[in-house]
Design a protein around this ligand. Structure first.
Ligand code: ADP
Ligand code: MG
Length: 697
């Protein structure tokens, strides 16, 4: 469906073409994702007011918003607590008080008894009768206050008012007559799902007709809203499918399934792989042996033992003469991988390199050089590995841990680090976030999936209890007892603010309190504001059992492994989402001792928090927890994208819209097979020009 008309496309019309938008307003609109007129149409209201019909005063209820038409009975300036203007109006069905705290003398005069006016406002209970405080009002002589459609409220940003956004969307909607907004999804593909075409959907969402189902519109369940979400999800899936198609046009190193190095590594372990680890390893190795780029997601609950699987894959790649990169989202996690890999590989005569953002210039230069020269066969690091100046001699395998913290862009940057123009490294992505299948189909449409669905033997599920923080004293006694038994303990401080400095402060308060109550114990503190060297030193001490108690912020959420730690206290547990609680709790229960987790909470708990805590107490199964988190909070939390702002959708929500995901696959695959122009159009609209790598269909 390519446009046959000469009408200019709305995404080529700059915002400054709209009345009232100059360069400075355009700049203010940019944080809302508005760069052209099409963007205005995809910026949707989050609520509506009904100003389309008059309500009768006699039928008003407190809490509702309404337009009324009535006659002034009496207006009076009174001095009670505050000077206020009270205007009593009546429409024949009842009386209502209008209350103003700020008013001019001229306003007082306007409200002569007998004058007719229309008011809009929220109805509240007043001392004598129902009231509206500071209603919007018009005298009859100024025309009617009624609107033809429901009044939208848009998410806004500093310096941009609601009326501005309404004027913009008014203009954008009327420009639909003269301009092109291509509906890339042919109507016949939508028939089954009973959804409207694009333009009708947009009109409905921005200017709902009187009587429209506002609840459904606001919760995103209205067909008009769903139509837009569907389109966005299709575009997202197409983008990922294209990444995959492009990758598969390339070759990748052929890595033989068996190598002496991998056998030596496996023989040096103090344990044998679980069946699930072996199965996933076999899938990975078979995949790397074909000469086609591997794009594989390995899912495994916390503690399932993903790292050794990655290491064995790495051993094969190194044996075959290729370099391996292992990347983690945080310093602590990357450092831990460095330790594990060094432990495993250096005794086999292979050194493991390190590349983090915190290296000094000279260290960094020499690290980069030995990677480029190929002296370093395995290198572990953080985002620093993505940097442009990092060039591999012949990268054969890229391992990414906790991929949900990395964006699609970074994944692409990595792919471009292959040995040659047409050769890509194999990619192994590990995530401890159990992802419900339907979600994985859309969020990871470019990846094959392997699941380690079994924990190493001997693990006992973590016992979880919830304790009100007023009883913190008892909890501290419990900690003392655990320490006396030689167990190690985590004390996790959480704050709702993402601010590292506030978190650090809370942790410092906690350690002061604990040091006072447990003077005999060896207590350490890690938080995000420590230098990575100091953080590392403390983690090492804890690992080496030189510390009994580690007070930490949520920096330890991901991946840290200390098997002797068997008790965890989580403060303000009610503030954390299920996935995060599960990740934290996964730090204990890694050894053979029975572990426990105490969720300290501030009463009273909200319904939702109660539910979360009760699930944590009931189950240790990451998949159950993820599904529940999806139901309670949405996909951004489950995938961990909300914190990073990556890969968020503008309109869709994977949790809410998950019933459409089969349709998303069907329509997406149909477009991919038959309508390449539509694919390009959708990707351009939703994913954007700057992400060109998607575009080359
Ligand atoms: P995760 O999947 O959370 O990344 P890790 O790879 O950190 O888990 O493994 C957790 C712990 O389990 C580590 O101490 C690791 O050495 C150990 N481990 C891994 N596989 C096994 C196994 N098959 N048997 C016993 N312990 C194992
Ligand atoms: Mg891990």
């Amino acid at each position: 469906m390519v446009s046959t008309t000469e009408r200019p496309a709305l995404d080529t019309v700059p915002l400054t073409k709209l009345k009232g938008v100059g360069a400075s307003v355009a700049e203010k609109l940019a944080p809302l994702g508005m760069h052209n007129v099409q963007d205005v149409l995809f910026h949707l209201p989050f609520r509506y007011q009904d100003r389309t019909q008059l309500a009768q005063i006699g039928t008003l209820r407190p809490g509702s918003e309404a337009v009324i038409a009535a006659e002034v009975v009496i207006a009076d300036v009174v001095f009670r607590k505050r000077r206020s203007l009270l205007v009593r109006v009546n429409d024949g069905t009842g009386s209502l008080m209008l209350r103003f705290f700020h008013f001019s003398q001229q306003q007082v005069k306007q409200f002569e008894p007998g004058k007719r006016l229309q008011c809009f406002g929220e109805v509240r209970r007043g001392p004598a009768m129902l009231e509206m405080v500071h209603p919007e009002y018009r005298l009859q002589s100024q025309g009617a206050a009624l609107e033809e459609t429901l009044t939208p409220f848009y998410p806004t940003t500093e310096g941009v008012q609601q009326p501005t956004l309404r004027k913009l969307s008014d203009q954008a909607l009327s420009m639909l007559e003269q301009h092109e907004l291509v509906d890339w999804i042919p109507g016949e593909l939508l028939r089954e799902s009973n959804l409207p075409d694009l333009v009708s959907a947009l009109k409905m969402v921005h200017r709902p007709t009187p009587g429209a189902d506002v609840e459904a519109l606001m919760s995103g369940l209205h067909p008009a809203h769903r139509r837009l979400a569907l389109e966005e999800l299709i575009a997202h899936r197409l983008g990922l499918r294209l990444l995959r198609v492009q990758a598969q046009r390339n070759t990748a190193p052929v890595i033989p399934v068996n190598s002496a190095l991998a056998e030596q590594l496996q023989a040096s372990l103090s344990f044998t792989l679980t069946d699930a680890q072996q199965r996933v390893l076999d899938e990975v190795l078979a995949n790397m042996a074909t000469g086609e780029p591997m794009l594989r997601l390995v899912q495994g609950d916390v503690g399932a033992g993903k790292t050794i699987v990655a290491a064995l894959a790495a051993a094969n790649a190194v044996s075959a003469g290729y370099q391996v990169a292992l990347m983690a989202p945080t310093e602590i996690l990357a450092e831990q991988h460095l330790l594990n890999f060094s432990d495993w590989f250096e005794s086999l005569g292979i050194s493991v390199g390190w590349l983090s953002g915190k290296l000094r210039v000279a260290q960094r230069r020499s690290a980069i050089e030995s990677v480029a020269m190929g002296q370093q066969r395995i290198v572990v690091g953080t985002h620093a590995l993505f940097q442009n100046d990092v060039v591999f001699e012949n990268l054969g395998l890229a391992i990414i841990d906790e991929q949900h913290r990395f964006g699609v862009h970074q994944r692409m940057a990595l792919r471009n680090k292959g040995a040659s123009e047409t050769s890509l490294p194999h990619q192994l992505i590990m995530t401890a976030t159990p992802i419900p299948r339907t979600l994985a189909m859309t969020a990871y449409a470019d990846l094959d999936c392997s699941i380690i669905d079994e924990l190493p033997p001997g693990r006992k599920p973590v016992k979880t209890v919830a304790v009100e923080s007023a009883r913190r004293g008892e909890v501290v006694s419990g900690v003392a007892k655990a320490i006396a038994e030689g167990r190690q303990v985590y004390w996790v401080c959480t704050l709702i603010e993402e601010s590292e400095s506030l978190q650090a402060e809370a942790a410092e308060d906690a350690i002061a309190m604990l040091q006072e109550l447990l003077p005999e114990s060896r207590i350490g503190l890690v938080h995000g504001r420590l230098k990575s060297r100091d953080k590392d030193a403390i983690m090492q001490q804890f690992k080496a059992q030189e510390l009994d108690l580690l007070v930490a912020t949520t920096v330890i959420e991901v991946g840290v492994d200390v098997p002797n730690a068997s008790l965890m206290i989580i403060e303000n547990a009610e503030r954390l989402g299920l996935s995060q609680l599960h990740q934290l709790r996964g730090r204990v229960g890694r050894g053979s001792a029975q572990s426990s987790c105490i969720l300290l909470y501030q009463a009273p708990l909200s319904q939702n928090a109660k539910e979360r805590i009760s699930i944590m107490r009931k189950t240790n199964d990451g998949f159950v927890i993820a599904q529940k988190d999806l139901d309670l909070r949405g996909a951004g939390e489950v995938l961990g994208t909300r914190q990073t702002g990556l890969a968020e959708f503008r309109i869709a929500e994977l949790g809410r819209d998950s019933d459409m995901l089969d349709t998303v696959s069907d329509i997406g695959d149909h477009l991919l097979a038959h309508l390449p122009d539509n694919v390009k159009g959708l990707i351009r609209r939703w994913i954007g020009e700057e992400r060109k790598d998607y575009g080359g269909v």
